[in-house]
Design a protein around this ligand. Structure first.
Ligand SMILES: [Zn+2]
Length: 331
C-alpha cells in the first residue's frame, strides 16, 4: 500500500498543510502542539505520522521529507517505535483515563528518538473533563515531545484546546486524486471514479465504501429495481429478497442507502439533461437518455423516501422492514 510509506510526499494532496509544516522545520520554529483540522478521511493522521518520521529521520531528503529507509523511519513505519505514542478514542470518545496515562508516560524522556511523537487523534470526541486534563501538557509539553492533535471540522473542538495549538488546515481532496489512489489499489477505474465522487473528497470514506460486499449489494438492488420497473410490476418476492440482502449489511446499511440514493440522483440529472453530472458511471440504467421509467417529479419524490428510511434506521426500526417499505415505495 502506498499509504504505508509514511513520507510526506506519499500523502495525497494537502499542499498547504505540508508547506506550513516543512516551513516550520526549515526555520526551526516548531510549535509545541499542532492541531490538524479538516474533514474526516483526508489524511490528517497519515500526515501526522509522516511528519513525525521526517522530524526523526536520520537522512532527510532534500530538506523536506523523511527518507523512508533509515533505522528511525523503518521503526516508525512498523508502528512499534517506543517513541510513537498514539491516543485514539476508546469507543466513542477519548477518556480522561487515557489522558492521565499519557501524562504519566510523558514524565519520562524519549527512549531514543529526537522527538517523541504524541498523536492524539480525533480530539473532537474529547469531553470537557478529559480536555481540561490535557491543557497543561498542551501549553508546555516536556522537552523532546512533539504533540500533534487531529480533529474533524464537523465535530466540536473545545476552545481551550483550539487556543493552545497551532492549527494546520486540511481540505477535501480532489475527486481525481481519490480516484487515482483507489485505482492504484486494484479497483476498476470506472468504479474508482464513482466511489471518489460519492465520497466527496474523503479518501477514508471512499475506502470504506470500496468494501466489495457493499458494492455488490448496491449493484444487485439497483438491477432488481430496474428490472421490476421495466417489467411494470413490482414482484413481492423480489422485493422481500432484496430487502433481506440489504438488511444483511447491518451497520453498513445506511451507506448502502446513500449509494442507491445517489443512483436516483443520477437519474434526475439524466432526466434534466445534465449527463455530465452523473456520478455512478459504472451502473446500469444511466446510459439511456430516455430514462428508465420514472418521471423527473417521481424521482424527486423518491429521494424523500431515502431520508425517511435513514430516520427509521436511526430509531432502530427493523432493518428488513425498513428496506421492504423503501423498495416498494421506490417502484
Ligand atoms: Zn529516514
Amino acid at each position: 500500500m502506498i499509504d504505508d510509506d509514511f513520507t510526506i510526499a506519499s500523502v495525497l494532496g494537502q499542499d498547504k498543510a505540508k508547506k506550513m509544516l516543512r516551513g516550520a522545520v526549515r526555520s526551526h520554529r516548531l510549535s509545541h502542539a499542532y492541531l490538524f483540522r479538516g474533514p474526516a478521511g483526508v489524511g490528517k493522521k497519515t500526515l501526522a505520522r509522516a511528519f513525525g518520521n521526517y522530524l526523526n529521520c536520520q537522512a532527510p531528503v532534500a530538506d523536506q521529507d523523511a527518507c523512508g529507509s533509515c533505522r528511525s523511519c523503518r521503526k516508525l513505519k512498523s508502528g512499534n517505535h517506543p517513541d510513537l505514542l498514539l491516543v485514539e478514542p476508546d469507543g466513542a470518545a477519548i477518556k480522561i483515563k487515557q489522558i492521565r496515562e499519557l501524562k504519566h508516560a510523558l514524565t519520562f524522556p524519549p527512549f531514543e528518538a529526537k522527538y517523541r511523537i504524541v498523536l492524539i487523534a480525533d480530539v473532537h470526541t474529547m469531553r470537557r473533563e478529559a480536555a481540561n486534563s490535557l491543557l497543561k501538557i498542551l501549553e508546555e509539553p516536556p522537552p523532546g515531545n512533539q504533540l500533534i492533535l487531529s480533529g474533524d471540522e464537523a465535530g466540536d473542538i473545545l476552545p481551550t484546546i483550539l487556543s493552545r495549538c497551532q492549527i494546520i488546515p486540511f481540505t477535501g481532496l480532489a475527486r481525481e486524486l481519490v480516484a487515482d489512489r483507489l485505482a492504484a489499489t486494484g479497483i476498476a477505474p470506472d468504479e474508482a471514479a464513482s466511489l471518489a465522487a460519492i465520497a466527496d473528497g474523503s479518501l477514508g470514506r471512499a475506502k470504506t465504501l470500496a468494501d466489495s460486499e457493499l458494492l455488490e449489494t448496491r449493484r444487485a438492488i439497483i438491477a432488481g429495481l430496474l428490472e421490476m420497473k421495466q417489467a411494470k410490476r413490482p414482484a413481492a418476492a423480489t422485493v422481500f429478497a432484496l430487502a433481506e440482502q440489504a438488511a444483511g449489511l447491518a451497520d453498513r446499511l445506511p451507506d448502502l442507502l446513500d449509494l442507491v440514493k445517489l443512483w436516483f440522483r443520477d437519474l434526475i440529472m439524466l432526466a434534466n439533461h445534465l449527463p455530465e453530472e452523473i456520478v455512478n458511471r459504472d451502473l446500469p440504467g444511466l446510459a439511456d437518455r430516455n430514462g428508465v421509467g420514472w418521471t423527473a417529479a417521481e424521482l424527486l419524490d423518491r429521494l424523500d423516501l431515502f431520508d425517511k428510511a435513514r430516520r427509521q434506521l436511526a430509531r432502530n426500526c427493523n432493518r428488513t422492514l425498513v428496506c421492504e417499505d423503501l423498495f416498494f415505495g421506490l417502484l
